[in-house]
Design a protein around this ligand. Sequence first.
Ligand code: IVH
Length: 671
Amino acid sequence: MPTSDPRQRILELRDELNRHNHNYYVLNSPEISDREFDSLIKELAELEEKYPDMSDELSPTRRVGSDLTDGFEQIAHIYPMLSLSNTYSIEEVDEWFARVRSGLGGEKFEITGEMKYDGTSISLIYEHGKLIRAVTRGDGEKGDIVTENVKTIKSIPLKLQGSGWPDLFEIRGEILMPWEAFERLNKEREFNEEPLFANPRNAASGTLKMLNSREVAKRGLDAYFYYLLGPELPYDNHFDNMMAAREWGFKVSEIMTLLTSIEKVDEFISHWDSARRELPVATDGLVFKVNNLRQQLNLGYTAKSPRWAIAYKFPAEKALTRLRYVSFEVGRMGIITPVANLEPVLLSGTIVKRASLHNEDIIKTLGIHENDLLYVEKGGEIIPKITGVDENGRDADAEPIKFVTRCPACGTPLVRVEGEASWLCPNKFGCPPQIAGRVEHFVGRKMMNIDGIGEETSQQLFASGIVRNIADLYDLTKEKLLTLEGFGQKSADRVLEGLEASRNIPYDRVIYALSIPFVGDTVAKKVAKAFPDIDSLMNATAEELASVKDIGPRIAESIVEYFGNPINREIVARLRNAGLQFSGTDAGESLSDVLAGKTFVISGTFAHHSRDEYKRLIELHGGKNVSSISKKTDYVFAGENMGPAKLEKATNLGIPIIDENTFLEMIGEKN
Ligand code: IVH
């Protein structure tokens, strides 16, 4: 029976929720459903709100994060965070083993074998069973205090269980982004046109350093612990200390094993070399440590690393798989990319089915034939790359892969890009994937930022004949949009609102949005600064363009060619009639993309700038203004006298409300 004393109930709920978190995130064996868990959290949150005297920094309700936007404070490590020396073969590990044996003067010793988790290291300090600080490795001597972010990682105990923990100790481990969370995050970033993380390690360390712990909480980080430090540890050996830490609630890998001979060490290596592929997180090797703490002390340290431990790094992963066929894909600039479609194969934890072959020269150099057996490797463990062919696996009658001579989408004969290995479909205005690709680029977040149109809608708009070029977007009406499958009143309104808002997107981003070959966002800014309105840009000669710093002859020619085409001139004229920004000297000023992808609702009056100036600043830093608060709003930027209805709505939806100073800090204007 739950107690009827609310204060007592708060304590009871906290204990219960801590236990459920541990069951779920550490033991992987939940006892209650997510729904039941949520309802307990809700009950606790409501009670805590009613009884503020019961507030506790370490309550399970605090794991959702907050929105502090300050940088991180630094602190010196109690014990420096050293690294491990690396080895790359069983022989080198055997040599280390022999050095340990002689270092210990023939004494008996045991070794622990552990996974080398590939994330970012963390040091946690616990006092009286409570987490008081989390610090990154930093430079090994001092690191950043990231306690608020670490508190959002549900597998990390905020309060310890059981007993026997020292009053003060440090525990070190690795913060990881599991493969699944990593893939989800990159998909989302791809959709938002944000740069992808190359591997889970970068994703984990990037996430840990985010200023907004609410964002961190959403990213699904996890942590394994492998090292206990302090003046009074419960046992005289590493293994037992780690087992004790597991009892206190830490996630200590089940893989950790006591190894008593060099044969066992070698077996451990052979086993995990391949078995690690089944693990849910990235690993880059194994770690071997002398188990006994007194023996560790005797062996001591070199300048950089302990003599009592060594890392064995796995060789780069390679797989052999069969080529099913080569597809030829057409990008928005008309470049044809050959892609190897493979029999699915597991590589570093993910299934690989496709790998870009980049261009014709690579196919020829590798000598790829139909149905060949190919070697696939992962660069940085993420992007699969074809590195070779196993000619023994080739069919006797296999033909070499031939590059297409006509565009696979529209049938136009391809032309070779001068001085390059690429082939191009010259049918710019008639080739469907090129047109749909340009529409998709135009509406993207970093370009015109038009919500409600993505890859699929771009293709749908093209296929239905409603949008044949980017200027047609501004002729869209609600009636036209409603004819599209999957479109309703709301989604149509969203597109129309997005189009309306895009009329304020600055000139340089409009130039970038046009899809002029070789003109990316940086070049667009430079061009916009040098030619502050579209007429001067359209009439510029290649020489004039090439005289701008960082603009070479190839970019200059490409711009001249683009504006020399009457179809493009007409598109620009129509966009201009639609009211887009085709002049402005702001471009290239203090623009940044610190607010890229963030939507703001601004309300009230301000001290340092007018509301309109703030709206401009939001856009100059890559953000977007919307008029009404919804679940999608990232921030409510509130001045004096903000309307009570807005305030209430923002609070109910849990949208962070920021003030003028916080905003200025975000864009780096506050000194
Ligand atoms: S022990 C003094 N054990 O590898 C020894 N480190 O190059 C302290 N790592 O910074 C480290 N898994 O981030 C240890 N089972 C493991 C590990 C591990 C991953 C990382 C850790 C450390 C780096 C050393």
